[in-house]
Write a protein that binds this ligand. Structure first.
Ligand SMILES: [Zn+2]
Ligand SMILES: [Zn+2]
Length: 155
C-alpha cells in the first residue's frame, strides 16, 4: 500500500483536479485503505451536497470542519460503535445535523467495522431507492458539460 495522502489531496481527487497518473495512484490507495476510503466518501458526499444534487440541507461549513478533524482528531469527541451505528440510517436519509455528521465521520475514520457497516447499509438503501427513483443522470455529466463549454469557448 502507498502512503496515505493528505485529506486536501483526496479533496482534489474528488474535485477531479488531479492529473491522470496522480488520480490513478489515489484511486488505488483509496481502494486498499479503509481510512482514506472513508474520508473520500465523506468528501464526495459533501461535494455532492454543495453542488446541489439531491441531498438535503447543504452545510457549507462542514468541509473545513472535516479537514480540521483529520488533522487534529482529538478535538472531536469519540462516540461508541453503538451510537455510531444508530446514526448510520439517519445519515443516509440526510437527517443528521453537521455536529452529528462530524461525530459519525470521526468514528468512521477510526473504526473499520462501522465503516463497513455504513457501506453495506448504504448499498441496501440505494438499491431500495433505485426501484422507485427516475433514471439518474450519469455522475460525470457536469464535467462533460463543463468540458463542452470550455471546448466551445476555445474555438
Ligand atoms: Zn490511507
Ligand atoms: Zn465502530
Amino acid at each position: 500500500m502507498t502512503r496515505c495522502p493528505r485529506p486536501q489531496k483526496i479533496q482534489a481527487y474528488v474535485d477531479r483536479e488531479l492529473t491522470g497518473t496522480e488520480a490513478a495512484l489515489i484511486a488505488t490507495h483509496l481502494h486498499s485503505c479503509p481510512h482514506c476510503g472513508s474520508i473520500h466518501d465523506w468528501l464526495l458526499l459533501i461535494s455532492q451536497t454543495l453542488s446541489g444534487r439531491p441531498r438535503p440541507r447543504a452545510r457549507e461549513d462542514l468541509l473545513p470542519l472535516i479537514c480540521q478533524t483529520v488533522d487534529s482528531a482529538p478535538q472531536v469527541p469519540r462516540i461508541s460503535c453503538k451510537r455510531a451505528r444508530a446514526l448510520i440510517s439517519p445519515h443516509l436519509d440526510g437527517e443528521l445535523n453537521s455536529t452529528e455528521q462530524v461525530l459519525l465521520w470521526r468514528h468512521m475514520f477510526a473504526c473499520e467495522e462501522c465503516y463497513r457497516e455504513l457501506k453495506q447499509t448504504e448499498q441496501i438503501t440505494e438499491a431500495l431507492h433505485r426501484q422507485t427513483r427516475p433514471v439518474p443522470v450519469s455522475a460525470d455529466l457536469a464535467v462533460r458539460i463543463h468540458d463542452a463549454i470550455a471546448a466551445d469557448r476555445a474555438q
